[in-house]
Ligand binder design. Structure first.
Ligand SMILES: [Zn+2]
Ligand SMILES: [Zn+2]
Length: 361
């Protein structure tokens, strides 16, 4: 099986870099994988490609192969019963998928951060621009996130030869099994930072506090969560930054209560105004509004002021101001007024012992 020159199998030159070998392998593995390629030769070819890759991607084995050819390769390398098994042990399944993302495991997405954003009632209704302090890891200014001291460069990892992984060969009753794990020295990047950045110690990020300016849209409510994409922790090694989640905590209003986009309050009117009817001017959140109380208005009547409520979130229009009428009945009256009302009550038979009229609640 190892008759063909392994460099020829991968189609690379003898001075190919680890990167060249990896790229050539991936391209060929995709092309000749028996699941994809129906050619009866594909299976044999695929095994040959894997063998070549395992030998040439390992610097020690490659050196041995360069010096001694196929004979120089230790039996361990060729001792597998079925090379398909190696592929499985090597890649944990299909050579697709993981193989592509194998390098740079050190690249990591930044964490999401959740903070509470306190808002006044008015800020939630009309929107606001807020500056939110966020504690998170951010890219180090000194090394621009590379983790390397300025002016220095990272080099190929000496522990894994730049492949980002190290192999363990284990013998068992089933034969020799080779497993592969992320190189602990370079954490899978295949690169070693010779002089780590003095500020961030090579991580490329630093703990700190940054300020995020948030445009809170009009119409938000207590308990809502706003998501700001990429505004939280920076990713490692060029990874995507995490998202900032803002949990809105809105102060209550002394008078109004929110019911969706409606503002709800109680309009207390003098009892005689309820009988005679009257025009009222009431304070709204952004000015005043006229409210017409018709004659004979009862307690509990609901009056609506159109479009004096909360703006709809993300679209035009507003909710209403919803006023529940309550009657203000005076406890004490000047003697003169009291006599007038008592005379009126006498006239209407509404004084003294009366028969109560009951109705369902
Ligand atoms: Zn740094
Ligand atoms: Zn390494």
């Amino acid at each position: 099986m190892a008759e063909r020159d392994l460099y020829d199998v991968l189609g690379v030159s003898r001075d190919a870099t680890q990167d060249d070998i990896r790229k050539a392998y991936r391209r060929l593995a995709r092309e000749h994988h028996p699941d994809v390629n129906q050619d009866p030769e594909a299976d044999r070819r695929f095994k040959e490609i894997n063998l070549a890759y395992q030998t040439l991607s390992d610097p020690a084995r490659r050196r041995q192969y360069d010096l001694f050819g196929g004979e120089g390769i230790s039996p361990d390398v060729f001792g597998f019963g079925d090379l398909g098994d190696i592929v499985e042990a090597f890649f944990g399944g299909s050579p697709f998928g993981r193989a592509r993302t194998r390098r740079r495991t050190r690249t990591a997405r930044g964490s999401d951060v959740r903070v509470t954003l306190p808002l006044t009632f008015e800020e939630a209704v009309f929107g606001a621009t807020k500056e939110v302090p966020v504690r998170a890891l951010r890219l180090c200014d000194r090394c621009q996130g590379t983790g390397a001291e300025p002016g220095t460069f990272s080099s190929r990892c000496s522990a894994c030869g730049g492949s980002g992984e190290v192999s363990d060969v284990r013998r068992s009753v089933f034969g020799t099994v080779m497993t592969s794990r992320t190189c602990p020295t370079c954490e899978g990047t295949g690169e070693e930072v010779a002089s780590p950045c003095a500020t961030c110690r090579g991580d490329g990020r630093l703990a700190g506090e940054h300020t995020v300016v948030v445009e809170v849209p009009a119409g938000v409510a207590d308990g809502m969560e706003l998501r700001m994409e990429g505004a939280a922790e920076d990713g490692r090694g060029g990874g995507r930054p995490g998202d900032l989640y803002l949990a809105l905590a809105v102060d209550p209003h002394p008078v109004f209560e929110r019911q969706g986009q409606d503002l709800v309050g109680v309009l207390e009117i003098p009892v005689l105004a309820a009988i005679t009817g009257a025009e009222f001017e009431v304070d709204t959140l952004d000015g005043t509004a006229g409210v017409s109380v018709p004659p004979g208005t009862r307690a509990g009547t609901v009056l609506r002021v159109k479009d004096a409520g909360v703006p709809h979130l993300g679209r035009r229009g507003r909710g209403d101001l919803v006023l529940h009428v309550d009657l203000d009945v005076p406890r004490r009256l000047p003697r003169e007024e009291r006599r007038l009302i008592e005379d009126l009550a006498d006239q209407r038979g509404e004084r003294g012992r009366l028969r109560g009229r009951l109705r369902p609640r």
